[in-house]
Design a protein around this ligand. Sequence first.
Ligand code: PLP
Length: 431
Amino acid sequence: MTDQSIQTLSHVYPIGSHVDERGHLLIGGCDAVELAAQFGTPAYIVAEDDLRARARAYVGGLSALYDDCDVLFASKAFPCTAVYRVLAEEGLSCDVASGGELALALRGGFDPARVYLHGNAKSLDEMRFALESGVGHIVLDSLHDVERLEAVAAELGVTQEVLIRVTPDVSGETHAAISTGQANSKFGFGLADAPEAIDRIAESERLRLVGLHCHIGSQLLALEPFTRAVAALAALGDFDVYNFGGGLGVAYQQTQEPPSIADYVTTLVGAAKAAVGPGKRLLIEPGRSLVANSTVTLYTVETVKRNVSTWVAVDGGMSDNLRPMLYGSKYEVAIASRMSGFDPARQPNYELCQLAGKHCESGDVIARDVLLDDPQPGEIVVTPATGAYGYAMSNNYNGVPRAPVVFCKDGNARVVVRRETYDDLSSRDVE
Ligand SMILES: Cc1ncc(COP(=O)(O)O)c(C=O)c1O
């Protein structure tokens, strides 16, 4: 294999992805077409080295700039035991937003002392589970949350360290559904209400307030709103811990150039050093930017139909990737055995296509207006950047079994979540 026969792919694909001399896509050294044959489609294919590289960029980048700091994996983005395990191995802490995510984080090997429980509607059972598990910190979201946690802590005879979530009235440019920093948000205490919560917890015998948290939104492609959020939090008083949440955006399409992890961390640390005094503990909790580009989804083309548009219908859709339906999110598409531009001798026949899912909703279109070169039934198509909020939001609509997760590294593939079976679909039935 000569150097010219291998193409490195754009930043949308996992780090280390290649196109080989036959024009096949390789993820983590594994041929995507062979992966599809071996594990079936749809399938989430994760490049383990990519996950680890981004984790190291976060942990190394933050700790190089700030002494007392920690990176929390916002595990809602990819709550799969194997992902928790890799990120625990890489030295991250963990953000969980429910009892279920907490159970998975513990199963994935996270030290409970390094887990932070979030949620605007934590149940009493979730609180008990967290306290009994020895979760290090709970992030409180409302006065009822304060009252209820205090009662559970008293019932169990423990004292719990907490942060409060503040809504800093800062919003970045993103989809309304994932914008959380604006004053009219279901999350957190507004700037005017935070002092009451701070005073209330100061009186508590069961809760110890160590700091403040904010998370202004997700898929943010500009850094300036983060700086404003840091300043807003700092103005609320002097605390030991500041958690500035997640939110850094990623590239779903080649034309998108989000800030790098290094630039993001540098900006946050600069803002923190300017706004809060020395000797503080600084936390961030990225989700999407840790995991999104680590993963591609493989599908098989089932049918191609031409009417007003060309509909290329595949064997998955809104059951494995809800984001196009929820947010109108856009994805790139390629044919995994004929990656574009690999063979200059071939005359391509590109056509504007709609990559349609298999579900019974007209809106179930994975990617609109994508150029594909004469796709045929049986061919494998790939959508990159599906690691965040794909598996996490997967579902069984139309009785479609959920897709497996396959980790690839150095040319070896291993299934870390198996495909669901038809029996799984009725496994909770009680007859
Ligand atoms: C409290 C909190 N922290 C962190 C995150 C992770 O955000 P992102 O995936 O954009 O990094 C979220 C996402 O919704 C969140 O709600």
